[in-house]
Design a protein around this ligand. Structure first.
Ligand SMILES: *Cc1c(COP(=O)(O)O)cnc(C)c1O
Length: 232
């Protein structure tokens, strides 16, 4: 059995067990296999073992790989997106996790409109208030989402966060709790292009804590493909 298959099975088992414990349906948890630095062969293997959504954090890498993967899979943009690069991925990705400014929203809306598409997006929250991370401040989220209503080719499907990196994932539980609370608050908002459906949080180190706190999308790289090799 390939190590990728073993890893996928392990992730699935872990998710199954935590969901049983939490009384949640494991099928409600969407796994995004994060494929940055991962080559085409290994991505194909993961797809063969049931991965149906992959996440990349750089536009360049999506462009490089997109045509080389001939299997059916959803592409997700999970990294910071520069306005001038939206045009390269607008026709390729099914969800942008990293909407973090009005300027970007405007560009996505414009490019989506050009190709007659409604682009699904998540609003990225800077949950740890870290200078090094992109995202909207927690206090500004309501306001930001209200301003998105005018972008008709944008559909806001939820929130995304990257928790601060810590050794012990228990340390980020309070951040995930806060995310879930805003997620639930926003569900009640009457905004035409808003449908709070996805809460994208949790990576290899902290996805089980994230699921316990309500995540329904987890983004897993190392846990599926092993340690990344940036030199290739
Ligand atoms: C790399 C990356 C991940 C996956 O990280 P792992 O720790 O390898 O699981 C998840 N989300 C984003 C935004 C990333 O850039």
């Amino acid at each position: 059995m390939s190590y990728i298959q073993e890893n996928i099975n392990e992730v699935r088992d872990n998710i199954y067990n935590i969901c049983k414990k939490m009384n949640r349906n494991p099928e409600d948890i969407k796994i995004i296999a994060v494929t940055k630095t991962v080559d085409i062969d290994r991505i194909s293997t993961a797809i063969d073992f049931g991965i149906d959504a992959i996440g990349e954090n750089r536009v360049q890498e999506i462009r490089k790989k997109y045509n080389k993967i001939d299997k059916k899979v959803e592409w997700h943009m999970i990294g910071h997106l520069q306005t001038n690069k939206v045009k390269y991925i607008i026709d390729k990705v099914s969800l942008i996790h990293s909407l973090d400014s009005l300027r970007l929203a405007k560009e996505i809306d414009k490019r989506a409109k050009n190709i007659d598409k409604t682009m699904n997006v998540l609003v990225q929250i800077n949950i740890g208030n870290e200078d090094s991370k992109y995202g909207i401040d927690l206090d500004d989220v309501h306001n930001f989402i209200e301003k998105l209503e005018s972008f008709k080719n944008l559909k806001v499907q939820g929130l995304m966060a990257i928790a601060p990196y810590v050794k012990n994932p228990e340390a980020v539980r309070p951040h995930f709790k806060k995310m879930k609370k805003i997620f639930d608050d926003l569900k009640g908002k009457d905004i035409e292009n808003l449908e709070m459906k996805y809460l994208s949080m949790g990576m290899t180190n902290d996805y089980l804590v994230a699921i316990e706190e309500g995540a329904n999308i987890v983004r897993i790289g190392t846990g599926i493909f092993g340690k990344r090799n940036y030199n290739k």
